[in-house]
Design a protein around this ligand. Structure first.
Ligand SMILES: C[S@@+](CC[C@H](N)C(=O)[O-])C[C@H]1O[C@@H](n2cnc3c(N)ncnc32)[C@H](O)[C@@H]1O
Length: 172
């Protein structure tokens, strides 16, 4: 389990300010590092929903939120993104995808539905598309399909961050 790079932490403060975030969604909670950073960056009026399929990771994340006094603002939704996303309603100001990238193509209709114009979608784990060690990971066709569809989708404007294996999209 690899948490996000701490150098990325200020990104969430920037995006929370840009979007006046009140609701944030993450797929791939891990041990809760990014969810806690996002909740703290966005301030006390913001709620974070974070999806996690591994029960041990979900338990550790909830314990961490409890210790940090963030339990009331962060909800761990247990299950795979592809099963949990269809059950979610309403609009999120920021969505962070940091789970199994092979599911990403199936997320696109939900991203459209769950984002409002001006919402930001950050997609991590694009590594298999690029060279080096990431190129040896499975799932390259899924990421190609996801990014191609996202870039062509009239509901989004998308930028692939050079060297960071992330993309940033805005819902239009
Ligand atoms: C890279 S870690 C997440 C790290 C976390 N976002 C952070 O930066 O602190 C990926 C997590 O996603 C979970 N995961 C992988 N595929 C998933 C899926 N399809 N749905 C939900 N969780 C998933 C894994 O169990 C793992 O805990």
């Amino acid at each position: 389990m690899f948490p996000s790079d701490p150098l990325q932490a200020p990104l969430w403060a920037v995006l929370a300010s840009l979007t006046h975030a009140r609701r944030i969604l993450e797929v791939g909670c891990g041990h809760g590092y990014t969810a806690a950073v996002m909740a703290s960056a966005a301030g006390p009026d913001c709620r974070v929903d974070t999806i996690e399929e591994d029960p041990d990771h979900a338990n550790l994340a909830e314990q961490s939120f409890e210790r940090r006094g963030l339990s009331a603002r962060i909800r761990v939704l247990r299950g795979r993104g592809q099963n949990v996303l269809p059950r979610l309603k309403g609009r999120y100001d920021i969505v962070f995808l940091d789970g199994d990238w092979r599911e990403y193509p199936g997320y696109i209709p939900h991203l459209r539905r769950l984002a409002r114009p001006g919402s930001i979608v950050v997609t991590a784990n694009l590594n298999p598309l690029f060279g080096g060690w990431g190129g040896r990971l499975p799932g390259k066709p899924a990421i190609q399909s996801y990014l191609t569809r996202l870039v062509r989708d009239p509901h989004f404007r998308t930028y692939v961050v050079p060297g960071e294996w992330h993309s940033i999209s805005v819902r239009v």
